[in-house]
Design a binder for this molecule. Structure first.
Ligand SMILES: NC(=O)c1ccc[n+]([C@@H]2O[C@H](COP(=O)([O-])OP(=O)(O)OC[C@H]3O[C@@H](n4cnc5c(N)ncnc54)[C@H](OP(=O)(O)O)[C@@H]3O)[C@@H](O)[C@H]2O)c1
Length: 244
């Protein structure tokens, strides 16, 4: 049975991806800080006949992510797929100097991604098989006001994804995919504290019909279900009336 680790599985895109990959036959190892939510999700998956494990983990802690990888190996013997999905988006205008939020964004969105990658790479390199899916954003290919730091972290995720492909695909058969969602209805906006952001975005995004997390989960399932010789490098999925 193939095994997938999903970070940020306690809500939104991560939670929807857990259902999508379980339905595709993966054992799913769920990681996030909110263990009660993860346990509930795990119980629901198991009740539906799927294999699932829940591990409390903060992606900014290297040791937590190593413990997640160990759980996957102890319980299922393999790590086939890593979905690097955990992320925060406390958008703010640079002039407002939300320094702590800048640091937290870099810690979760970049260091967290690297901590997760380093936790799974030894197993994937041993197996000479693996797939790392990084949930980036359209913010990883285009910068918008109030998004300097968030977009910067997603540009980094794009670079890291391409680095995995260039360094690890030929010698280790490890594939890499970047998923670039546009607006998706989740809790992500709840991390924004700069009130000017809401004012600025209302006119820009007010009419956009946000996607459901399941729309992104379907794209992730498509990427990980390809034949061995097929690499889906990136998928951009946005609301059809979101023009930026
Ligand atoms: N929603 C959108 O419009 C959109 C668009 C483009 C890209 N994305 C990307 O999609 C990904 C998922 O976000 P979402 O929209 O599904 O938002 P969400 O519902 O807020 O989910 C974020 C997830 O990340 C986890 N997380 C945050 N900090 C963490 C940490 N330090 N350690 C471990 N887990 C942590 C949260 O779990 P805990 O709080 O339980 O730890 C939660 O499960 C993010 O990378 C985001 O940048 C979202």
């Amino acid at each position: 049975m193939k095994t997938a680790i999903i970070t940020g599985a306690s809500s939104g895109i991560g939670e929807a991806t857990a259902y999508a990959l379980a339905q595709e036959g993966f054992a799913v190892v769920l990681a996030a800080r909110s263990i009660e939510k993860l346990d509930k999700l795990k119980e629901d998956l198991v009740r539906h006949g799927y294999k699932a494990s829940a591990v409390q983990a903060d992606v900014t802690r290297r040791s937590d992510m190593k413990a997640v990888a160990k759980t996957a190996l102890d319980e299922y013997g393999r790590i086939d797929v890593l979905i690097n999905n955990a992320g925060i988006m406390p958008l703010s205008f640079l002039k407002n100097l939300h320094e702590d939020e800048w640091e937290a964004t870099i810690d979760v969105n970049i260091k967290g991604v690297m901590n997760s990658i380093s936790a799974v790479l030894p197993a994937m390199m041993d197996q000479k098989d693996g797939h790392i899916v990084n949930v980036s954003s359209i913010a990883g290919i285009d910068v918008f006001p109030a998004g300097a730091v968030y977009c910067g972290t997603k540009f980094a995720v794009e670079a890291i994804t391409e680095g995995i492909r260039k360094e690890l695909s030929v010698p280790f058969n490890i594939r890499a995919t970047s998923i670039r969602p546009g607006g998706v209805e989740t809790n992500l906006m709840s991390t924004i504290t700069d009130q000017e952001v809401f004012q600025a975005f209302e006119s820009m995004l007010g009419s956009v019909q946000f996607l459901k997390s399941e729309d992104i989960a379907k794209a992730i399932a498509y990427a990980v279900n390809q034949e061995q010789n097929v690499s889906v490098d990136h998928i951009c999925v946005r609301p059809s009336n979101q023009i930026m």
